[in-house]
Design a protein around this ligand. Structure first.
Ligand code: NAP
Length: 527
């Protein structure tokens, strides 16, 4: 049942008078639920509870934390069809996507549970003492990763499950040993409350401390700002717009004690289509890209918003087939009227730039909130001269940039802002002969793709989802895959510390049986 209340630790709470509803974009009407915006008192209680929960939770074993994450996955599954119904109602996304995203969310939680059970992620590094060393003896030093403290998570609009309440940020922070306060996304607060109730049931089932998780509602920016400014909070995870992510990053840096904000923000995901690949398989690539650009009404951070090629017959043929394929696809419902109007505004703003021409556009009537796809074309020199054309248009939209030659193509890539992904469509000989292009692309992105589409982000240890600014605020880290845990920890060295007082990960007899770097060699052996 959806109550519209906040979870302040394990307690449902509705102390404030300000309420708001979520919205059904398909029916174009508000939903039946009213959510109570969190008050200052509720924000403060959640932060105090998180601080006190941290004292117990940071010392919870990897196995206990793993059991907690598995229990969250089970409780999400136990929510059954009601979760799927509310998800669809609040997002306009189809049932298959809802179920797929639920599976991904549970899979992420279980992947972190496996990481914790294996245990080596704490990066235990041991340099034993050398009392005989000359001219000075060396003392025993041992280092490992420890959790930072309570983390605030801002769920995304476009992934109501996998990047929201129990999504990758929450799962990785809880796995690291950090309590989490979620600032619920206002567009899917009902979905968020259901998932929060599952987390609280898991907290109670596995005996985790009250305050290890809270879920606070808000329909404006104040609750999030107050959470980021709260002295008990030690880090922030965010997925959303460049504007929102940058504002929170600046706020966190203005604190008396600045804290890191790991924001995953905008990206237009350049795709370089080389002539050989287009000559051999241009039709297939055009069809595949028409699907990728319109997938989920284009509402993916990895949506291919920029197609780059070299002028010639191959690119002309590709553009023509892409246009036909794009126009065959029915527009999809977008997440919310605000996302829809943002899309229409961005699309028209870029289309009105005099250098652009339309390759394909759906301009027929569609139901309210349905995003009608469009592809524009522009010359490389015009693209470089007009920064407006580099903006992300969040929706089923892409710009095809025609370059004169490889030199211009390289210049265009060099001038791009940081991106999550960069793709090359080519044959293997082209990858050799266009080497500087691949190099230039690597300099701008977090994930390089060869002959594929950027949409679809595998959850696995080798995934990098994050890139140079503004794709993310810290390109050293990923928000997808098990390495995402590294955002919420810091290294601590123990110097000359007695054996029995060391954490298990650093003890001589290696009771956790983990891989460690001992005197420069990776080993699971005892010392
Ligand atoms: P958003 O506006 O960035 O908001 C995300 C979350 O951050 C919301 O909970 C929002 O709270 C909060 N927030 C935003 N600005 C804030 C600020 N200055 N201070 C404190 N909190 C702030 O993104 P959205 O609502 O999810 O979607 C809007 C646009 O973001 C989309 O149209 C799209 O352009 C972009 N977007 C991009 C990606 C991507 O991966 N590239 C993903 C999702 C969205 P309130 O809503 O309560 O104000």
């Amino acid at each position: 049942m959806i109550t519209g209340k906040n979870y302040v630790g394990n307690e449902l709470s509705a102390k404030g008078g300000i309420t708001y509803s979520t919205f059904d974009p398909k029916l174009n009407i508000p939903t039946e639920w009213n959510f109570h915006e969190a008050t200052d008192e509720e924000i403060n209680t959640a932060a105090e509870k998180a601080k006190s929960a941290f004292k117990a939770y940071r010392n919870t074993s990897g196995i206990q934390k793993a059991d907690f994450l598995i229990a969250i996955a089970e409780e999400i599954e136990n929510l059954g069809d009601v979760l799927i119904r509310v998800y669809i109602q609040e997002s306009g996304l189809p049932e298959g996507r809802a179920k797929g995203e639920r599976g991904r969310t549970m899979g992420q939680l279980r992947a972190f549970a496996d990481l914790l059970k294996e245990g080596s992620w704490v990066d235990a590094t041991i340099d034993t003492a050398q009392p005989e060393r000359q001219p000075l003896p060396k003392t025993d030093i041992r280092k490992m990763l420890v959790p930072k403290g309570p983390i605030v998570v801002f769920g995304s609009s476009n992934f109501p499950l996998a990047f929201s309440t129990a999504g990758g940020d929450t799962a990785s922070a809880l796995a690291a040993g950090c309590p989490v306060i979620v600032k619920s996304h206002p567009m899917h607060a009902g979905t968020g409350e259901l998932v929060a109730s599952a987390i609280i049931r898991a907290v109670e089932r596995t005996g985790m401390p009250d305050g290890v998780f809270s879920n606070l509602n808000s329909s404006g920016i104040e609750v999030g700002q107050k959470l980021v400014m709260h002295p008990n909070v030690k880090g922030v995870g965010f997925t959303g717009s460049i504007r929102g992510g940058t504002a929170l990053y600046q706020l966190a840096n203005e604190r008396k004690e600045p804290i890191p904000v790991f924001a995953e923000m905008g990206s237009i995901n350049p795709v370089v289509a080389l002539p050989g690949a287009l000559g051999e398989n241009g039709g297939l690539w055009a069809k595949s890209y028409a699907g990728s650009i319109t997938l989920g009404a284009g509402q993916f951070c990895t949506n291919p918003g920029l197609l780059l090629g070299i002028k010639g017959n191959e690119l002309d043929a590709f553009a023509s087939i892409l246009g036909k394929e794009i126009e065959k696809i029915e527009p999809g419902c977008m997440l919310h009227p605000n996302i829809y109007s943002g899309y229409e505004k961005g699309k028209e703003e870029l289309s009105s730039q005099s250098e652009t021409q339309i390759v394909a556009s759906i301009d027929t009537e569609a139901p309210p909130n349905y995003g009608k796809q469009r592809i524009l074309m522009v010359d490389g020199s015009d693209f470089m001269a007009n920064p407006k054309l580099h903006q992300e248009v969040f929706g089923p939209f892409s710009i095809l940039v025609q370059c004169e030659d490889i030199n211009e193509l390289e210049k265009v890539i060099d001038q791009l802002e940081g991106q999550l992904t960069g793709t090359i469509l080519g044959n293997e000989e082209e990858l050799q002969s266009y080497g500087p292009i691949a190099e230039a692309l690597r300099n701008r992105v977090g994930r390089l793709i060869f002959n594929g589409v950027p949409t679809g982000v595998e959850v696995c240890p080798s995934m990098q989802h994050g890139g140079p600014f503004p794709a993310s605020t810290d390109s050293r880290f990923t928000s997808v895959g098990t390495s995402a845990i590294l955002r919420w920890v810091r290294p601590v060295s123990y110097q000359n510390w007695p054996q029995q007082a060391l954490p298990d990960a650093l003890k001589d007899d290696n009771p956790l049986d983990i891989m460690r770097l001992v005197n420069g060699r990776h080993t699971t052996s005892k010392i």
